[in-house]
Design a protein around this ligand. Structure first.
Ligand SMILES: N[C@@H](CCC(=O)N[C@@H](CS)C(=O)NCC(=O)O)C(=O)O
Length: 218
């Protein structure tokens, strides 16, 4: 049993971000699955953990934290992980890169949003895939352009993985899931190759932690 507990779901991008960061920090944790397909995120138990009814929730250092970006910053500050540059200018630029997917693309592709859009469309053909593709591909195109402002050596913004890589990789998993082609985006493809080889990223991959097939937790 570990002191650190991650309430997550194997396919959740925001949970995937935290799994990567916990692995990068070398923090052992217990993963407790909140099954989004069964609606467990709206159960009274989970709402008591997070009134937003979302995953992830992280229990660490005697705290209960929500919001993956806030948690990434907490881990960075308390464990000195170097996820965010210390220089204010580069920091703002790297955050903008990370936020372009985590703050602008991810929320509109969230389960409850896509489900509602599908309902409003009367279950139109190609939903929710069409909805997802509509947002994911332009988001990745913008990310590819933004990446030109950094040196991929080999990660998004330099020689060590950071917040932009942590936000990008789950978005790429999601892109594949919804059949969004990004093979024409060479910078993203090279970052993905580097991250995939990193054990902290590999161990966090949804297919590895899937409770039906993988090994939950560490
Ligand atoms: N801004 C939040 C977003 C969390 C979020 O959207 N979680 C999704 C999974 S990636 C979720 O719990 N969805 C459940 C639902 O839509 O009902 C964060 O970064 O932690």
């Amino acid at each position: 049993m570990h002191d650190t507990v991650l309430f997550d779901y194997w396919r959740s991008s925001a949970s995937y971000r935290l799994r990567i960061a916990l692995n990068l920090a070398g923090i052992p944790y217990q993963a407790i699955s909140v099954d989004l397909v069964k609606g467990e995120q709206k159960s009274p138990e989970h709402l008591a953990r997070n009134p937003q009814g979302l995953v992830p929730v992280l229990e660490i250092d005697g705290l209960r934290l929500t919001q993956s970006l806030a948690i990434l910053e907490y881990l960075d500050l308390t464990r000195d992980l170097g996820l965010l540059p210390k220089d204010p200018v580069t920091r703002a630029q790297v955050q903008a890169l990370a936020h372009s997917v985590a703050v602008d693309v991810h929320p509109v592709c969230n389960l409850q949003v896509a489900k509602h859009a599908t309902k409003l469309s009367g279950g139109a053909d190609g939903m929710p895939g069409g909805w997802m593709r509509h947002f994911i591909r332009p988001g990745l195109e913008a990310f590819e352009v933004l990446l030109a402002g950094f040196e991929q050596a080999p990660y998004c913004a330099g020689p060590q993985p950071g917040i932009a890589d942590i936000c990008l990789m789950p978005q790429l998993y999601n892109a594949r899931r919804w059949e969004v082609d990004f093979s024409d985006m060479p910078r993203i493809v090279s970052v993905e190759e580097a991250c995939s080889k990193h054990p902290a990223f590999a161990k966090a991959h949804p297919d590895v932690v899937n409770p039906n097939t993988g090994t939950p937790g560490t």
